[in-house]
Design a protein around this ligand. Structure first.
Ligand SMILES: Cc1cc2nc3c(=O)[nH]c(=O)nc-3n(C[C@H](O)[C@H](O)[C@H](O)COP(=O)(O)O)c2cc1C
Length: 286
């Protein structure tokens, strides 16, 4: 078989094919609704299989997953996610915690190449785009009922998802503060990234559900719902499903396809020398 890569010796199998690279560059977060159809068991197990293909320290495979399809469990997680979102926005906590990730113009986005460009606020808030993180902005948002609206949007997105996935770590490996704590998180991240990369090929999407984890009592309730035993740590929750043909943007689009330029995150030989871009490098948004 000839290698599809011009510099890769033909004798080697095409382990990294351009299509894998293209798929990885296409990987994305789904912020909108999924189709209501259940995710087939086969596809669910494929995702678990790709998760398992991830590397782990000493092949310890410290990850555990819960596949959740019961409507009442999904409905309760959705309520918790929505209530947490409302609470975080209403108390100003969300903007206090994450202010530094928000960009308000194309110019700012072009310069930093990270964070989220707020270009899609709900209509009545548009004139206040730059003020959304100020006390005055928060007041306007409360008057307009934005915290409730965002919470309800979030609840509906989660409630309408056919599948939730909880990611956990084995606490005998996950010991925060020790190297094994870092290794376990690294391995779980790799396993989740494999899932994230694979969903597109199955016609599916995935989104992190982080709001309940921001409020300890809500996160505790998720633990109870999922009957998490003492020897496991609940690390993350996701919603998954098949993608509809039309993917509309949500009220606020929390995801971004912008990425830093090479010289903004890669060094050559030591940290004093930024890597130089080549003319053929493509640094346009993914
Ligand atoms: C640790 C972590 C937490 C995240 N939390 C959320 C979240 O709460 N909601 C969400 O929609 N996306 C979340 N994301 C996805 C990022 O917003 C997203 O990856 C980023 O904006 C780039 O967009 P992309 O994934 O479409 O390339 C999270 C990603 C990571 C790695």
């Amino acid at each position: 078989m000839t290698s599809p890569h011009p510099t890769r010796p033909a004798a080697l199998p095409p382990l990294v094919t351009p299509s894998i690279i293209a798929d990885m560059l296409r990987r994305r977060t789904t912020n909108g609704p999924f189709r209501p159809d259940p995710v087939s068991r086969e596809d669910q197990h494929t995702l678990m299989r790709v998760a398992q293909a991830a590397p782990s320290h000493f092949n310890s495979q410290p990850w555990r997953f819960v596949l959740i399809e019961k409507r009442e469990t999904i409905g309760r997680v959705a309520e918790l996610a929505g209530q947490s979102m409302t609470e975080l926005i209403d108390a100003g906590l969300f903007f206090e915690r994450y202010r530094r990730y928000f960009r308000f113009s194309q110019t700012e986005m072009e310069a930093k190449r990270d964070g989220i460009h707020i270009d899609h606020l709900p209509g009545p808030l548009k004139p206040f785009t730059r003020q959304v993180f100020s006390d005055a902005g928060l007041k306007v948002m409360r008057q307009l009922g934005v915290p409730k609206k965002l919470g309800e949007d979030n609840r509906q997105l989660v409630a309408g998802s056919p599948l939730l996935l909880a990611a956990l770590l084995d606490k005998t490996e996950y010991r925060p503060g020790e190297l094994s704590g870092f290794y376990s998180v690294f391995g779980l991240g790799a396993a989740i990234e494999n899932i994230w990369n694979a969903v597109g090929a199955l016609g599916m999407g995935i989104q992190f559900i982080t709001t309940p984890a921001e409020i300890p009592r809500r996160w505790q309730e998720v633990h109870e719902l999922l009957a998490v035993p003492d020897d496991l740590e609940l690390m993350a929750l996701f919603r998954l499903g098949y993608l509809p043909a039309d993917q509309s943007r949500p009220t606020i689009d929390w995801s971004s396809r912008h990425r830093k330029r090479l010289e903004q995150f890669v060094y050559r030989e030591n940290c004093a020398v930024p890597e130089e871009a080549m003319p053929e490098d493509d640094d346009s948004p993914l």
